[in-house]
Design a protein around this ligand. Structure first.
Ligand SMILES: O=C(CO)COP(=O)(O)O
Length: 254
């Protein structure tokens, strides 16, 4: 199976920066390289339509991801973007429960569950972000926190909750800090998540992928992507520069 790289641009970029970025990717990666890795980009939602046109014009094998979605479908919800709107704009993946949404927008496990359900119902692929903060890590509560974040969804949706979905382990203390989790930590946690869900669903889970995110860069991406327990990587800061992003993709291949 191809490994995935997701560029999460958060609140960054503009039309020119995004267009130049895609032109550089087109210029510096061969067709074979582009097809060796599943490349997914989460630019700010407002640019997704523009990006789809550029990707089509350049014939780039890149998929679109949204950084968030509303759990409402239609109506008086100022500022929100619905799953239908994302679907109309060719989005394939939707990030749900990123720690920045949890922390800066007070999204709790109930809100995240509602968003997760919306994405699953629409047949887009949800990427559920989970992870502990520094205090929880220091208090050795990582597994407890992960269980709480995951169980909410299992309780509501049952054994098929995570079929054909992605869970991204993103420890909050590793995001934007330059301090990635160690390979051992990543492997252990990914194994723990998989085992916990297998246990909960009596082993009936199908095609659940587990990604890692948190200070992934051009140096550590090779080692991380070579691990069989790591199906993909979510990259913030290091994905903003096309040169580094291209280097990361090459490092995943060679
Ligand atoms: O939040 C992230 C991906 O969703 C990770 O961000 P950084 O790569 O900047 O640590």
């Amino acid at each position: 199976m191809k490994k995935t790289i997701i560029a999460n641009w958060k609140l960054n970029g503009n039309k020119k920066i995004i267009t130049d970025f895609l032109l550089n990717v087109h210029r510096h990666l061969t067709k074979t390289e582009l097809n060796s890795v599943n490349i997914v980009i989460a630019f700010p939602q407002i640019y997704l339509c523009l990006v789809k046109h550029i990707i089509n014009d350049l014939d780039l094998n890149i998929h679109l991801c949204s950084q968030d979605v509303s759990y409402n479908s239609i109506g008086a919800f100022t500022g929100e973007v619905s799953i239908h709107m994302l679907k109309e704009n060719f989005v394939k993946y939707v990030i749900v429960g990123h720690s920045e949404r949890r922390n800066f927008h007070n999204e709790n496990n109930n809100i995240i569950l509602k968003k997760f359900i919306k994405v699953k119902e629409s047949e887009l692929i949800p990427i559920l972000c989970v992870g502990e903060n520094l205090k929880e890590k220091e208090m050795k509560q990582t597994e407890l926190v992960l269980k709480q974040q995951i169980t909410k969804i299992l309780d509501e949706l049952g054994n098929t909750a995570f079929d054909n979905t992605i869970i991204a382990y993103e420890p909050v203390w590793a995001i934007g800090t330059g301090k990635s989790a160690s390979i051992e930590e990543v492997i252990n946690i990914h194994k723990f998540i998989k085992k916990y869900i297998q246990y909960y669903t009596n082993n009936s889970i199908q095609s659940l992928s587990i990604y890692y995110g948190g200070s992934v860069n051009e140096k550590n991406i090779k080692m991380l992507s070579q691990q069989k327990d790591v199906d993909g990587l979510l990259v913030g800061n290091s994905s903003l520069n096309s040169e580094i992003f291209i280097k990361m993709i090459k490092n995943m291949i060679y």
